[in-house]
Structure formats: structure tokens, C-alpha cells
Design a protein around this ligand. Structure first.
Ligand code: 16G
Length: 247
């Protein structure tokens, strides 16, 4: 594989240091799938000779892709386009933001969007009085055209002006109404998708999934979100930074 055939002429790129131009060009090639998941990048020195830049420039551009999780280095084997999404388990980000960080466009297909009364279980988890109104959102989440997850969220009705306020991003709508969660509790469990989930996600029957339950809180401690996310097990790696001594 010759990188010059894939990214074309760097001079045509917007201004900025050379390594940023190269980084942007490689990033675009990954987003457009001209460089596909699991493809190996040529060695640094070969890229440098091929496109006539220094090895330092190539190294810095690749490091920027590593930092974004778009490529990963496999010891002794080289640098590969990441096939799976590396998702931080300790960052309170939204699906839309996670996808945007990789240059992918998040979209959703609505399965259900409804208003109702809190169930006894939701009432306990969300700390809402029986009879309180909630909105429920049930969506298939896509990255570009790739189905990634199925999600069900319950949000107290006072947190949004209406259920239609949620367009493509729940967190965007919550932020706009001043109710974006600032803290969350999460638990993650391995599951096997049931038949209907497999159909929605376009995966083989019995494919593995990750069920992540998130309870999000407002600064004053009230619960704002109870979400169950079924993420495709073949698409996600969950990563977290651990510090010795931290509580
Ligand atoms: C993520 C969250 C989910 C949240 C959603 C909002 C995890 C495991 N789950 O999928 O709790 O409701 O993002 O995404 O991260 P949105 O703003 O794109 O609708």
C-alpha cells in the first residue's frame, strides 16, 4: 500500500504545520474508509519517503491518530487502523460526542418516543414520586450507516420542554434546557443479544453485547437519566485510566 495513492497531495490541504496536514489527510482517509479497519499502515520511514516528508512529521501525525484512538500500535507488528471504538469508561460523554471524536456522524432511528408515568422501579432509581411524568426514548444508534447500539432512556419530564425536544442527541437537548448530567453511575455486563436486538443491529443470532446501565445526576444530586445501552460487543473496547491510591 502506498500512502501517496490514498491521501493525494498534501499541499492541497488547509494551512498549518505539515504533521497536522498529514494527520488530517490520514484521518479523512480513515473516515472515508479508504483506509479500512485492520489495515496496517506502512512503516514510518516508508511513508516519509513516499510522500517526501521527515520521519518526525510522520511520527507526530501517527501519534495524533493514536491519541484519537483511530489507529493502534501492536508491539512488533506495526500500526493498524482500529476496528473497534475505544470508549472511556470514566468519561461522561454522549454517543454523539464519542462518534464525532472519531470523525463519524452519529444518527438514530427511533423505535419509540413516548410520555408516561414513572414505573415503580424507575421511581426508586430516579428518586421520583409515584405518578411523576417521564419521557422514554428507544433508539437504534448508528455511526454513519453502521448500527452500533440500541438504547432505552427514561428522563423526568421536567428536564425537557417536550419529548420532541430530543433530535439526534439526548445530551444536546438536556444541555439546552440546563439539565445535562454532570455525574453518573454506570455498570457494565456482558450479554447475548436476543433475536430482535440482533435483527435491529444486523448481527448474527446470539452475538455478544455489552449492557451498560447509566444513571446520570444533576449538580444538585437529582437523577436526570436512566439509560440502558446495549453496545455491540464486536465494536467496542472499554478503556479506563486507573490510579494507585485513588478511592
Ligand atoms: C451514551 C450513554 C447514554 C446516553 C447517550 C446520550 C454510555 C454507555 N451511554 O450512549 O447513557 O444517554 O450517550 O447520547 O455512554 P446522545 O446525546 O448522542 O443521544
Amino acid at each position: 500500500m502506498k500512502i501517496s495513492d490514498i491521501i493525494g497531495d498534501l499541499e492541497g490541504q488547509a494551512s498549518g504545520p505539515l504533521y497536522q496536514k498529514l494527520h488530517r489527510a490520514l484521518r479523512q482517509a480513515i473516515v472515508d474508509k479508504r483506509l479500512a479497519a485492520d489495515d496496517a499502515l506502512p512503516a514510518e520511514r516508508d511513508i516519509a519517503t513516499d510522500i517526501n516528508v521527515s520521519r518526525i512529521t510522520v511520527r507526530k501525525a501517527i501519534q495524533a491518530l493514536v491519541d484519537e484512538g483511530l489507529v493502534s500500535r501492536r508491539h512488533g507488528a506495526g500500526t493498524f487502523i482500529t476496528a473497534r471504538v475505544e470508549k472511556s469508561f470514566s468519561k461522561l460523554s454522549s454517543f454523539t460526542e464519542d462518534m464525532a471524536a472519531r470523525g463519524w456522524l452519529a444518527r438514530s432511528a427511533w423505535l419509540r418516543r413516548s410520555e408516561g408515568t414513572v414505573t415503580p422501579e424507575e421511581s426508586l432509581v430516579l428518586g421520583l414520586s409515584p405518578g411523576s411524568s417521564v419521557y422514554r426514548f428507544h433508539r437504534i444508534r448508528y455511526a454513519d450507516d453502521q448500527p452500533m447500539a440500541v438504547e432505552t432512556s427514561t428522563v423526568p419530564a421536567y428536564c425537557l420542554p417536550s419529548k420532541e425536544a430530543v433530535g439526534s442527541s439526548l445530551y444536546e437537548a438536556l444541555e439546552a434546557s440546563g439539565h445535562r448530567p454532570v455525574r453518573a453511575l454506570q455498570r457494565l455486563r456482558a450479554v447475548l443479544f436476543d433475536d430482535s436486538q440482533c435483527e435491529l443491529l444486523g448481527v448474527e443470532p446470539g452475538a455478544p453485547g455489552l449492557l451498560i446501565e447509566r444513571r446520570g445526576f444533576l449538580p444538585d444530586g437529582r437523577s436526570v437519566e436512566l439509560t440502558q445501552s446495549w453496545y455491540r460487543g464486536d465494536m467496542y473496547d472499554f478503556v479506563a485510566e486507573l490510579n494507585a491510591g485513588a478511592a
